[in-house]
Design a protein around this ligand. Structure first.
Ligand SMILES: [Zn+2]
Length: 252
């Protein structure tokens, strides 16, 4: 059995991009943990920062609990995630807290500055997680660097509109209902996404993207992933092996 940690910038990012995969892994008996670097406390026009943070962390915890997963937030500032020393230590502490064998991180290229900074932080935190003299807080260093994968960017494109190609997908047919329920737990975001992004149908947007990714892999709905393979990170196909029958490779 493995321990999988998904880390992204804000509550509800993981639900858009990887919750179907996480639901399948949890259903197989693996330990799944979710974390965000921020509470997404700027994501409201009707409640103040502290109240929005409280609401959104509660929503993220409720979403994670639907698949039996724990949730933790590093409490970095929303729209204030930068690749600096304290933030790298905070990201490393999340990985150590989770005791992660496999880490799913934000895409290096994405639409939001926090997403891109989160990707760098978590990439480098994986390296730091097994460095004994790198101090981060309560959790002990890991024995080795976890396997690192990047999720898709929101909408599957970088800032110039170029499509990001996934190495492989997870066919989320068995996890889609859980994904829908997990995103639905982010009640406060339906109103905010309509206001800020002009998207009236938060769930419909997620479903459309899942179907779009599914077409890349010849299945109904999918989530895409890329493996980070630079030394000294592990390069064996750990997540691909864990997915088993749900592993989807590009239709030729
Ligand atoms: Zn986000």
């Amino acid at each position: 059995m493995a321990t999988i940690l998904a880390v992204h910038a804000h509550p509800d990012d993981i639900e858009h991009l990887a919750a179907g995969t996480l639901a399948i892994l949890a259903g197989q008996g693996h330990t799944v943990r979710l974390a965000t670097l921020t509470a997404g406390e700027c994501g409201s026009a009707s409640t103040d920062l502290a109240e929005t943070a409280r609401i959104r962390k509660a929503e993220a915890a409720a979403a994670a609990a639907l698949i039996g997963a724990e949730y933790r937030c590093a409490d970095l500032p929303d729209l204030g995630v930068f690749n600096d020393d304290p933030s790298r230590r905070a990201a490393t502490e999340l990985i150590r807290w989770a005791r992660a064998d496999v880490v799913l991180a934000a895409s290096p290229a994405d639409y939001h500055p926090d997403h891109e900074a989160a990707s760098e932080l978590v990439r480098d935190a994986c390296f730091a997680s097994s460095v004994p003299n790198y101090r981060t807080g309560a959790s002990e260093p890991l024995a080795s660097i976890p396997h690192l994968y990047f999720m898709d960017p929101i909408g599957g494109r970088d800032r110039e509109g170029r499509r990001i190609v996934a190495d492989f997908g997870c066919d989320i047919a068995q996890g889609f209902e859980a994904k829908r329920r997990m995103l639905s737990a982010h009640v406060s975001q339906a109103e905010w996404v309509a206001r800020q992004h002009g998207i009236d149908d938060h769930l419909g947007s997620m479903e459309a993207w899942s179907r779009r990714r599914g077409r890349d892999f010849g299945c109904e709905t999918a989530e895409g992933f890329r493996q980070y393979r630079h030394e000294p990170y592990p390069r064996t196909p750990r997540l691909q092996d864990l997915l088993g029958a749900a592993l989807a490779t590009a239709a030729s």
